[in-house]
Structures are given as structure tokens and as C-alpha cells.
Design a protein around this ligand. Structure first.
Ligand SMILES: C[S@@+](CC[C@H](N)C(=O)[O-])C[C@H]1O[C@@H](n2cnc3c(N)ncnc32)[C@H](O)[C@@H]1O
Length: 231
């Protein structure tokens, strides 16, 4: 039984990824905007993954990253709180004949946990679904599941602290997103800023370090930051 104060992470903030149409639209958008192969290559290198590595991806979404990593590691556990996303991802795995990814129901705070320590945890564009206090609990859980010197690859929307005028910053960012990815994505960016829980860089970095992880690499491109961290 969860504690009565436990944050309910099954309630989606922003886009409702339990909705099949939203999931299909997300998948189609990501296919055009992202290069999964390049992302997986960066993750493999940053995490120094060996051929028998066990990886846990949290907030796997449509499963593309887990399925791309599967070719070069031993096993990937891929969890998500959205049953619709999990069904969608399982279908992709079956279509591609990939057997070393298990899609599991659970989030950062509850549900599926690997039974043994993992070599690496990956989470992309998902941690911002939690308010900051609960991000700290999520990071502690991720750190707890890693073996000693195991690594976390965290990619998410993070706001830089060194901004004088956030309204001007957001207006510019939304315009850039619109020019690059279209009006729908620009509107989603507005909703993200307004209703989701992306936080400031110094807050996220403090939360990471207090969870027992050391940041060994940080890349920042506009709104999106990557943190590679070691236990
Ligand atoms: C924007 S999508 C990102 C999916 C994928 N990681 C990617 O990079 O395309 C966010 C995903 O996080 C999931 N999610 C939301 N809250 C979560 C939580 N508390 N724990 C795990 N996953 C969560 C959503 O269901 C959704 O699949």
C-alpha cells in the first residue's frame, strides 16, 4: 500500500500519454524530429555499456530508445506509467523481433523495480512530470538501483538560471521551436512551460548530487540538457 501522501504519478500532467491518438501523434512527431540512432550511440558511449550490460529505462514512451539500445546490451528493462505507451512499445518490439527488452508497468516512484542492481539507468524527457520534491525521491530510487559506479543518463527540459528576462527567453524559445518543428509543437512548448514541472538547472543539479550521484558530463542545448552521472 502506498503512503497516503505518495504523489500519484499515474495522473499525467500536460499531454495525456494514456490516449492512443496522443501516443500515435507523439511517435510520428518524434520520428521526424529526432535521430534515435544518434541518441542511442551517445547513450552507449556516455554509459560505457558492455555487451552484457543491464539497463533500466524509465519513462520509455514508445520504446524507441530501449529498442535501439537492445542490439548492443544484454537486457533492457523499459518502464512507463502509461499502459497505452507500453502496449505501443511492446507491439514495436514484436514487429522487430526484439526479445531482450521487457516492458514493465511502473514509474519513477512506484511499480516495477529491477530485482538486481543495474549497470545503467536512462531517462529522457520524463522526469519533468514530477514536482521537484518528488524528483528528489525519483533520483534517490534511480541511484539506489545502480551498481557502484553505475551511470545515469538523464535528458530533460531544464531552464537555465542565468536568464534576466524569462518572458523574453520563453518567447524566443517558442518562436524557434515553431520555426523548426511547426505550430503544434510550439503550442505544446507553451503548455509545457505553463503546466509541467521542468525546473531550473541549479535545482536539478543539487537534487542529483544529493541523491549520491556525481555529474560527470553536462550538455545544454537551448531548453534540453543532458546529465551523465555516476554513482
Ligand atoms: C515526453 S514522453 C518521453 C518518452 C521517451 N522517453 C522519449 O524520449 O521519447 C514522457 C513519457 O514519460 C511517461 N511518464 C510520465 N510520468 C512518469 C512517471 N512518473 N514515471 C515514469 N514515466 C512517466 C509518460 O507516460 C510518457 O511515456
Amino acid at each position: 500500500m502506498p503512503h497516503p501522501w505518495q504523489y500519484d504519478e499515474t495522473i499525467q500532467v500536460g499531454t495525456d500519454y494514456r490516449n492512443r491518438q496522443e501516443v500515435e501523434a507523439y511517435d510520428a512527431r518524434m520520428q521526424t524530429l529526432r535521430d534515435v540512432g544518434a541518441e542511442a550511440a551517445d547513450i552507449r558511449e556516455a554509459l560505457a555499456l558492455s555487451g552484457d550490460a543491464v539497463v533500466w529505462e524509465i519513462g520509455t514512451g514508445t520504446g524507441e530508445c530501449a529498442l535501439a539500445l537492445a542490439a548492443s546490451v544484454g537486457h533492457v528493462y523499459a518502464s512507463d506509467v502509461s499502459p497505452t505507451m507500453l502496449d505501443y512499445a511492446r507491439h514495436k518490439a514484436a514487429q522487430r523481433g526484439i526479445r531482450n527488452v521487457s516492458f514493465e508497468s511502473g514509474g519513477f516512484l512506484s511499480g516495477f523495480r529491477p530485482q538486481q542492481s543495474v549497470d545503467a539507468v536512462v531517462t529522457q524527457l520524463a522526469l519533468h512530470h514530477l514536482p521537484d520534491f518528488w524528483k528528489s525521491r525519483a533520483l534517490a530510487a534511480m541511484a539506489g538501483s545502480l551498481r557502484p559506479h553505475g551511470r545515469l543518463y538523464l535528458r530533460d527540459v531544464v531552464f537555465p538560471a542565468a536568464i534576466d528576462d524569462y518572458d523574453a527567453f520563453f518567447a524566443h524559445a517558442v518562436a524557434e521551436v515553431g520555426a523548426h518543428a511547426g505550430e503544434d509543437v510550439a503550442q505544446q512548448t507553451i503548455q509545457h512551460i505553463k503546466a509541467e514541472f521542468s525546473t531550473l538547472d541549479w535545482i536539478l543539479e543539487g537534487l542529483i548530487e544529493r541523491s549520491g550521484l556525481q555529474i560527470v558530463r553536462k550538455d545544454c542545448k537551448g531548453f534540453i540538457s543532458v546529465y551523465v552521472c555516476e554513482k
